[in-house]
Design a binder for this molecule. Structure first.
Ligand SMILES: [Zn+2]
Length: 460
């Protein structure tokens, strides 16, 4: 989700019509990309350009930790757990949903394009096929199917650079042949509309993880940022986890309430993931993972992929976020015109700039997860293109090696860095695949319904 996604990440409930408006208020993409950039470049003498390039190469190679990080990531796949580019393409102002027009060979307006992914040494990317949980005017299936379509068309559009990946073996195959392994992750269990048949169909379309909720509490699971109604997972919610285990789709616990994390860990026979979360002990934000849950990961085999969302990694940014949400709720309650709400928000933001998060804070979260859960249970999930503000030092998809350089300076071993980069996620995905193969021998696809398992459904 673009526009105010970091605010959406943190908000209780933003109005979807307003969000759509915000997205369309972004600068026209075509005016932000390469043609203008190239014409500017032409105005400089060639020697200046060459000198600038040479000095930037010299600056890069003068940092031994960074050189070390780059070398390491050439030999071990870096897997990023969460990137919202497909929603950016959907919402592009000039040519919405047009993967050719949103040309990621050129500099893209947000944090992700092919040159930066390459510089960032990203070997595999879970592309989020997010859909808003706040949709009221149509079913979720249409939007979810359209997001599968956009993501899959995007992958197919760059056959020399991207490849659809469905398994851990695919990731390793693509890494060897120099393609960015592209996996699909659904963001929000609302997409299945209480249907295990829909869940299975989405698996067939390529979904390899699903966050059980987004920001809205469902009929069967409580969201971290919404009112709790079930104290965790309902019986149907548990059946969803069991069916995901049977399919081999990773159960993603980013966005859910701690009670759901706990219930899912009780039920899941396969490793779970958190595709983009941070540590609650360092930043008291409801989207983050408490130590009590981190401590349970060794038994489960799961992975927390530490995110770069400023409000999740910086206590100061989190406090700012809380204050902003309070103001936002007030404007929503008192001002009916959405453009006036937006104007008030802009005015407030320019008077109260959000404190910057930093790369070092992200490294602190990674080290905290390592300390409590263990080095076998930590990974990386940037949330690039889902955020409008970025940590200092982690501005875009080209910056991953800088994060590894920081950990090298903190004394991390190559073996541990490889686990963080992708080794742990590969192990978890293989674990999910093995669990599925085992369960499919004895268990048929579930035909249970929410009415059967939960009785009369509570109304939202
Ligand atoms: Zn998210």
């Amino acid at each position: 989700m673009s526009g105010e996604r970091d605010c959406l990440e943190a908000s209780k409930a933003l109005d979807i019509t307003l969000l759509t408006r915000l997205d369309t208020q972004l600068l026209p993409r075509s005016s932000m990309r390469a043609p203008a950039h190239r014409s500017r470049l032409r105005q400089f003498p060639l020697t200046f350009v060459l000198l600038t390039m040479a000095s930037s190469v010299a600056a890069q190679s003068s940092d031994p930790a960074l050189e070390h990080a780059r070398k390491l990531l050439n030999s071990a796949p870096l897997i990023d757990g969460h990137n919202d580019l497909p929603w950016e393409i959907r919402e592009a102002k000039d040519a919405p949903r047009d993967v050719a027009a949103y040309d990621i060979r050129r500099p893209a307006p947000k944090q992700t394009d092919l040159p930066r992914l390459k510089e960032g040494k990203v070997a595999a990317q879970f592309w989020s096929i997010y859909i808003p949980g706040e949709i009221k005017d149509s079913g979720y299936a249409r939007v979810q199917l359209e997001q599968f379509d956009i993501a899959r068309r995007m992958i197919a559009h760059y056959p020399d650079r991207l490849a659809l990946a469905l398994t851990a073996a695919d990731i390793e195959r693509d890494f060897k042949r120099g393609r960015l392994a592209s996996l699909l992750g659904m963001e929000g269990g609302h997409a299945i509309e209480n249907s295990l048949g829909a869940l299975r169909s989405y698996y067939e379309l390529g979904a390899r993880y699903m966050t059980l909720t987004h920001n809205v509490t469902l009929d069967w699971a409580d969201a971290a940022l919404d009112t709790a109604r079930h104290d965790g997972l309902t019986e149907f919610g548990k059946e969803v986890v069991r069916e995901m285990n049977r399919l081999g789709m990773l159960v993603d616990l980013s966005h859910v309430a701690p009670s759901v994390m706990s219930d899912a860990l009780n039920v899941s026979e396969a490793p779970v993931i958190f595709s983009h979360s941070a540590a609650r002990a360092l930043t008291e934000h409801p989207r983050n993972v408490p130590d009590s849950i981190l401590a349970r990961l060794p038994k489960n085999g799961g992975v927390v992929m530490v995110t770069f969302v400023p409000a999740f990694v910086s206590p100061e940014a989190a406090a700012w976020d809380t204050q902003y949400q309070r103001e936002w709720d007030r404007w929503k309650a008192t001002v009916s015109d959405t453009s006036e709400q937006r104007r008030l928000a802009d005015e407030w933001k320019s008077a109260h700039p959000q404190p910057r998060a930093t790369l070092k804070q992200v490294a602190d979260h990674i080290e905290h997860v390592r300390q409590v859960a263990g080095v076998d249970h930590v990974g990386i999930g940037s949330d690039f293109d889902g955020i409008d503000t970025v940590p200092e030092g982690l501005e875009d998809a080209s910056k991953f090696p800088q994060l590894f350089a920081e950990l090298i300076r903190r004394g991390w071993s190559d073996a541990d860095l490889k686990k963080l980069a992708g080794g742990n996620l590969l192990r978890a995905l293989r674990g999910a695949e093995a669990t599925a193969a085992r369960l499919q021998k004895t268990r048929q696809p579930s035909t249970k319904t929410i009415e059967e398992l939960d009785g009369v459904r509570p109304k939202a």
